[in-house]
Design a binder for this molecule. Structure first.
Ligand SMILES: [Mg+2]
Length: 280
């Protein structure tokens, strides 16, 4: 497909770019545990880097710390610094810090908890006995068990807030869609406590603002941002909510945009990244 001159101009003049990872620039490779670049993705990021335009990669995955994802993408051929890689735990650490939350029970694996520990938060293990827990944070946690459920429920009944990395049921992998771990965990916690999770990863404004801050851009530049992704309920919704340009890719979850509600509809839907590369 060809982009309109207006779309090309908006892409070329963008203040910064937020890219999704899985299904957008790369796919997880089950065999190696690493990533494989999607067509034109390496060239797109290289073009941005060469021209000095700010960009970050923001995955909603929390299985690994951001630096480990950055390394995996470098292994796949991308030129990317650790500081340009964000996960929901990056924005969660920022939000928990800003709200003065001290003690956090993390229902997540070590990669999920790492950014919170790095930010100096008092992190309590999934089923560790603890008083005074102010927030329960859920993320990638395939080891979830009944003792973690019980401990989290007690923290929530005792006043802790429920916050989560992500609350979508699926994400794209090389072998098709996979279950997002925090979604069913959140459903169980909500069923038991009636508390609904506050999302701190995509599509939240917390996630968008954290990305802007990392790129050194003011909030006033929100409308000049471009968000590129494959999930309508994550990247498109996040971009549309702040008036940024949403570029949808049909390589992952999105499929046809005909049935999407307006808030999740991309400004532009692309079959692959080539038109974006041409526009840059
Ligand atoms: Mg994706």
């Amino acid at each position: 497909m060809t982009l309109t001159p207006q779309t090309k101009a908006r892409l070329r003049g963008a203040a910064g770019f937020i890219f999704d990872m899985d299904g957008t620039i790369a796919l997880g490779d089950a065999k190696s545990g690493g990533h494989r670049a999607l067509p034109h993705a390496i060239a797109v990021l290289e073009a941005l880097r060469a021209s000095g335009r700010p960009f970050v990669v923001f995955t909603n995955g929390t299985a690994k710390p951001p630096a480990a994802y950055a390394q995996s993408l470098r292994n796949a051929g991308f030129a990317l610094d650790d500081s340009q890689m964000l996960t929901p735990s990056s924005s969660a650490a920022a939000w928990l810090g800003e709200t003065g939350t001290g003690k956090v029970r993390v229902l997540g694996n070590p990669g999920c908890a790492a950014p919170l520990i790095d930010a100096g938060l008092d992190v309590v293990g999934p089923s560790q006995a603890a008083d005074g827990v102010e927030a329960v944070y859920t993320g990638w946690f395939r080891e979830f068990d009944f003792s973690a459920l019980e401990a989290a429920c007690h923290s929530l009944w005792n006043g802790a807030r429920l916050v989560t990395a992500s609350n979508v049921p699926f994400f794209a992998t090389e072998n098709g869609r996979a279950i997002g771990a925090s979604f069913p965990i959140n459903a169980m916690l909500t069923a038991m406590t009636r508390k609904r999770p506050r999302i701190l990863g995509k599509p939240s404004k917390v996630a968008f603002d954290t990305a802007m801050k990392v790129m050194g851009l003011p909030r006033s530049a929100a409308k000049d941002m471009v968000v590129v992704g494959d999930d309508p309920a994550l990247e498109m919704r996040m971009a549309n909510a702040v008036g940024a340009m949403s570029v949808g890719l049909a390589t992952g979850i999105i499929g046809s945009d005909a049935a999407l509600p307006e808030k999740d509809r991309p400004s532009v839907l692309l079959a692959d990244l080539e038109p974006l590369l041409q526009a840059l």
